[in-house]
Ligand binder design. Structure first.
Ligand code: SF4
Ligand code: SF4
Length: 289
């Protein structure tokens, strides 16, 4: 049976917040009977963009991670609700706007913090996956339709088909340790959740300082090679997707005609810019003469 999924590409999100504005436009001041009461003007963000910066100047990057209700298959909110929150056969989790009245306790049932309290309507609320539009024949949510970069992609697929997409695109859920089996998956999540080791390689010759492009860079952990790359036009290299808190790294850099440099990184508590690594010219017979 086909069910709804949302795929979020962290590598494509630019933090423009069109998705948030589209969600506000769809739900604020609008009552969708059977689906949701009006979203309050302030306080609620049924889709929200988290931000994280990695590295140190000038080797830094910023990742944006849109977050919303994950429409979990094993949802704590459903379990805690005595029927006020339910999962539809198509995978969407909805809070019943009538039977959930007064259930402020449900706000704390979501480990993702996706449920907000609507004081004016006396109900807990969250993203509905625009179920009122889906049921009217839309194939998109308002947020996915409004995203100008394609960072939000709605899929209507079987679980087996989705498993193939997960494998092909390297998707992963946010906080799998919560054990809720989310239906929202992320691409390029490492840009938010993992660390990198990077650096710039330079050399001086006859008083001229220049970037060294094409220098071989290797990453070893506990003596075992786990990555290899070459520096780009600007002499930069980067090893990404490393687990935070891991340790015992060594970076080796070498380039023909220059000496080899080795830099140790004990514990990778956060992404690390090793700065400029200077390679010295190795004297050749021709130059000695
Ligand atoms: S993300 Fe939170 S609110 Fe949404 S289904 Fe999962 S537990 Fe429920
Ligand atoms: S509309 Fe798309 S690019 Fe803009 S913040 Fe939302 S997900 Fe990111």
């Amino acid at each position: 049976m086909k069910k709804w999924r949302l795929i979020i590409d962290v590598g494509s999100c630019q933090d423009c917040n069109n998705c948030l504005m589209a969600c506000k436009d769809e739900h604020m001041d609008n009552n969708w009977p059977g689906y949701s009461l009006p979203q309050p003007r302030h306080g609620h963000r049924w889709i929200d963009v988290a931000r994280s910066a990695r590295g140190q100047f000038p080797l830094i990057d910023v990742a944006y991670v849109p977050r919303m209700c994950m429409h979990c298959d094993d949802a704590p909110c459903v379990k805690a609700s005595s029927g006020a929150v339910y999962k539809r056969p198509d995978g969407i989790v909805l809070i019943d706007p009538e039977t959930s009245k007064g259930r402020r306790d449900l706000v704390d049932s979501c480990p993702y913090g996706s449920i907000g309290w609507n004081e004016a309507e006396n109900v807990p609320q969250k993203c509905t996956f625009c179920a009122h539009l889906i049921d009217a024949g839309w194939k998109q949510t308002r947020c996915s339709q409004a995203c100008p970069t394609g960072a939000l992609r709605v899929e209507y697929v079987t679980d087996a088909q989705f498993a193939g997409i997960v494998k092909k695109d390297g998707l992963e859920p946010l906080h799998p340790e919560y054990g809720t089996r989310p239906r929202v998956y992320y691409k390029n999540l490492y840009r938010y959740a993992k660390c990198f080791i990077a650096g710039s390689v330079a050399a001086e010759k006859a008083g001229v300082v220049d970037c060294v492009s094409g220098a071989k860079s290797r990453l070893l952990q506990s003596g075992k090679r786990i990555g290899e790359t070459v520096t780009d036009t600007y002499g930069d290299f980067r090893f990404d997707n490393l687990e935070p808190g891991t340790s015992d790294y060594v970076v080796e850099v070498e380039s023909p005609g220059r000496d080899k440099k080795t830099i140790a990184v004990d514990v990778l508590s956060t992404s690390k810019n090793l700065g400029t690594i200077w390679l010295s010219q190795v004297s050749t017979e021709t130059e000695v003469r």
